[in-house]
Write a protein that binds this ligand. Structure first.
Ligand code: DAH
Length: 346
């Protein structure tokens, strides 16, 4: 009798609900077979009565174990089926489904696409390139002096630090794509380069170690500063509205000469002065300039024949100004309450 009980115990332990086809029916069949009035358990208890007294203690114990195991299995399976009714329910195809909540694009992607669309309308195509760059494309070809602070560990995440032009780093700006494109394409070149950039900055409301930029580059014969100005005005009006005005302030970047920074008239107060523009009526938007002849030459383009302009802007800043977002960290926290505010933008 002991062997028989052991065999049943093994069967109960090995039975898997996953193998049942019609789960509710098979659970019930199992229950009747073991625990029903004429089931295995009752039959075993009948046999038990006929055992010699000295065996009763031992067999009684394992017999009770068997009964408990069978009951436990039935309870466990019933619970399983109740928790996942779809396993067993016959499907009513006419029932309405739960509404699926659809996702939406991140406000930064929307902003980047918008910038790309504005430039596409005046003939700029999109170029993408690597995020892990070498010193040449990040700095040297862009006319950075050897001791420029951007080459310092303070600002740049290095992947491999050797001495000089073999250094490998996470790109600190998308200007590196200018070099990659000029090295491989002949003018006329008219591209924008959107993408992720990395800087060794403490994270705050105004700075982050990962952010996004869009670079634009136009190289051809007779490209002038007037072309740059007109392109900037066009961009500012398309991005921030027809009433937007721009102003250029002289600036310095190693890769452009002359260089400038562009401000737009504050789109919150219309130029009167508010706390967003800190009372000045102007908001700083991007850096730009005429491509330095040294950069053209480093990329194999004859600087006597060709000229060009370049500009670079921060995507987070564009979106902040457009949608009055006050804290950079919000972009990367994936808080749905923040993200859903931009669902309508597509
Ligand atoms: N690379 C600059 C930065 O990361 C932005 C920039 C300024 C890009 C001037 C340009 C430019 O193309 O002409 O701050």
């Amino acid at each position: 009798m002991k062997e028989l009980i052991a065999k049943y115990l093994e069967e109960i332990r090995a039975a898997r609900i996953e193998d049942f086809k019609d789960k509710a029916a098979e659970i019930d069949r199992f229950r009747v077979r073991f625990l029903g009035r004429k089931g295995i358990m009752n039959e075993l208890f009948e046999q038990f009565k006929t055992l010699p007294a000295d065996q009763k203690k031992e067999v009684g114990t394992i017999l009770n174990q068997l009964k408990t195991a069978a009951q436990a299995r039935v309870e466990e399976w019933k619970h399983f089926v109740e928790e996942s009714p779809e396993l067993n329910a016959s499907h009513d195809l006419t029932l309405p489904t739960d509404l699926l909540q659809s996702g939406s694009r991140h406000v930064l992607s929307v902003t980047m696409n918008e910038i790309a669309d504005i430039f596409a309308r005046i003939g700029f195509t999109v170029e993408e390139s690597v995020e892990i760059e070498d010193d040449w494309h990040l700095f040297s070809a862009l006319n950075f002096p050897p001791d420029h602070p951007a080459r310092d560990m303070q600002d740049t995440f290095f992947v491999e630090k050797t001495e000089g032009q073999q250094d490998i780093a996470l790109r600190t700006h998308t200007s590196s794509v200018q070099v990659r494109v000029m090295e491989t394409h002949k003018p006329p070149i008219r591209i924008i380069a959107p993408g992720r950039v990395f800087r060794n900055e403490a994270i705050s409301a105004r700075a982050h170690c990962i952010f996004h930029q869009v670079e634009a580059l136009y190289v051809d014969r007779h490209v002038s500063f007037a072309d740059l100005k007109q392109t900037l005005l066009y961009f500012a009006k398309e991005m921030f509205g027809e009433q937007t005005q721009i102003r250029l302030r002289p600036s310095y970047f190693p890769f452009t000469e002359p260089s400038a920074e562009m401000d737009i008239s504050c789109n919150i107060c219309g130029g009167k002065g508010c706390n967003i523009c800190k009372g000045t009526g102007w908001l700083e938007i991007l850096g730009c300039g005429m491509v330095d002849p040294n950069v053209l030459e480093a990329c194999g383009i004859d600087s006597h024949e060709y000229t060009g302009f370049a500009l670079g802007m921060g995507v987070e800043r564009m979106a902040m100004l457009k949608h009055q977002i006050r804290d950079l960290r919000l972009y990367f926290e994936n808080d749905l309450r923040f993200l859903h505010q931009f669902d309508h933008l597509v």
